[in-house]
Design a protein around this ligand. Structure first.
Ligand code: ADP
Ligand code: MG
Length: 216
């Protein structure tokens, strides 16, 4: 927590990036440290994300942490206990715009609020209230995944199905991480169709892999 003018104040942290970039792992890492510090923590996830066990936030690497599923952002406010010091919120992009007010209210009450979520949707557009949360946060971490096409640094989530809804919950089979060069927001045919001919991909691969290794 922030020591500010002699008083302790809360703050907002955002962990963002594409699918598979380690947002949930990073959230779990921070929450484990909070537990070691013996601070009371509460974790929430939206019920829309029912890919895995309901009472846990779960990473693609099968790390998990107990949580409370909620249907709306306001429910988070209602569920906070008096002695809670830290609030973790996974899949923040799925909440309505009131998630930003909720995060601000909690931080103003002196709590540390850690939100993890997709910064962009499957078209590469800013996702839900994430832009607002990024603007309001004291701390922002943008993670990268590994591009499934070229092995470079991935900042985008490629949808591999023809479904047009913004929210299509799924993991391995429906989405993959891709770099800007290999990302195809208009992919509408077969899954895993490369956005660039193989010859072009080879050219940018070594440089991107080096960058990926340096910044992961
Ligand atoms: P997120 O919450 O950002 O979707 P997770 O924390 O659930 O990510 O999972 C991150 C883990 O996913 C990595 O540590 C790694 O084991 C695995 N993984 C699978 N595919 C990829 C990929 N393309 N790039 C990076 N990590 C991947
Ligand atoms: Mg996640």
């Amino acid at each position: 927590m922030f020591a500010h003018q002699g008083r302790y104040s809360g703050w907002i942290e955002v962990v963002c990036g594409p699918m598979f970039s380690g947002k949930t792992e990073e959230l779990i890492r921070r929450l484990k440290l909070v537990q070691i510090a013996k601070q009371r923590v509460q974790i929430f996830k939206p019920v829309i994300d029912d890919r895995y066990d309901e009472a846990y936030i779960m990473s693609h690497s099968a790390q998990r942490f107990e949580c409370e599923p909620v249907s709306t952002a306001k429910e988070i406010l209602d569920k906070i206990h008096d002695n809670t010091r830290v609030v973790g919120i996974d899949e923040a992009q799925f909440y309505s715009e009131e998630i930003a007010d909720v995060a601000v209210k909690l931080a103003n009450r002196g709590l540390r609020v850690i939100l993890a979520g997709l910064d962009q949707d499957y078209k590469g557009r800013p996702f839900g209230s994430m832009p607002t949360l990024l603007a309001l946060a004291e701390s922002v971490l943008k993670l990268k995944a590994i591009c499934k096409v070229c092995g470079g640094l991935a900042s985008k989530t490629q949808r591999l199905t023809t479904d047009q809804g913004t929210v299509v919950v799924g993991s391995g089979e429906a989405y993959e991480a891709r770099c800007r060069a290999c990302f195809d927001p208009d992919l509408s045919v077969e899954r895993a169709v490369p956005a660039l001919p193989l010859s072009k991909k080879k050219k940018h691969e070594p440089e991107l892999v080096k960058k990926a290794e340096a910044s992961l």
